[in-house]
Design a protein around this ligand. Structure first.
Ligand SMILES: *[C@@H]1O[C@H](CO)[C@@H](O)[C@H](O)[C@H]1NC(C)=O
Ligand SMILES: *[C@@H]1O[C@H](CO)[C@@H](O)[C@H](O)[C@H]1NC(C)=O
Length: 173
């Protein structure tokens, strides 16, 4: 009798543990604006390498850009509240279509996420309306993070190359 009474509990125990750990995981959604400033005297995105061949210019295939781009809570770089920086690289990795390989840390420098980072890696075909990238990790508040980011171009100036992109981060941590 005692054995049959305890066995359902033993069977359910792993389920309870699973539910407890799932309940401990947070879901955080962050919307912010990423500003790629390539023009002017104080660019935040700088090319550091390009392919030796010259007929790749259609998609800038082989160009490597290092960024320290400001992140703000609103679309206007000058009036938006600074949230942090996007630091890393993007590489033009598409031969026939303009497609970037993004590899960057979002470094939070204000509010409750100050000092924490989120690592983003993924394909960014910039002329597509919504580009989805992976959130592959994080530090601080975002330790063990995983999730995804969705990027939508807010504005881009084809003459200067400057662009503002809305990012929505969906983070489990
Ligand atoms: C340009 O591309 C063509 C076709 O892919 C290739 O044959 C050629 O060697 C490339 N380089 C130059 C400098 O034209
Ligand atoms: C963020 O944290 C740093 C380091 O602790 C601190 O110096 C800075 O004042 C904080 N910034 C804001 C806006 O809270």
């Amino acid at each position: 009798m005692a054995a049959t009474a305890s066995s359902p509990l033993l069977i359910l125990l792993p389920l309870f543990l699973l539910l407890a750990s799932a309940a401990g995981e947070k879901q955080t959604h962050i919307k912010l604006y990423w500003h790629d400033v390539v023009s002017g005297a104080n660019p935040t995105a700088v090319p550091v390498a390009r392919a030796a061949v010259t007929n790749t210019s259609k998609t800038a295939f082989g160009v490597v850009i290092v960024i320290d781009d400001p992140l703000t809570n609103g679309p206007d770089l000058n009036s938006g509240k600074p949230i942090g920086r996007a630091q890393g690289t993007y590489i033009s990795a598409g031969k026939d279509e303009l497609s970037l390989m993004m590899n960057m840390n979002f470094v939070f420098q204000s509010g409750k996420f100050n000092g924490s980072t989120v690592a983003i890696m993924g394909r960014n075909a910039v002329f597509t309306a919504v580009r989805e990238m992976s959130i592959v990790g994080g530090t601080g508040v975002f330790r063990m993070a995983r999730g995804y980011a969705q990027a939508r171009t807010y504005s881009s100036d084809l003459k200067t190359g400057d662009a503002t992109v809305e990012y929505n981060l969906y983070i489990s941590h």
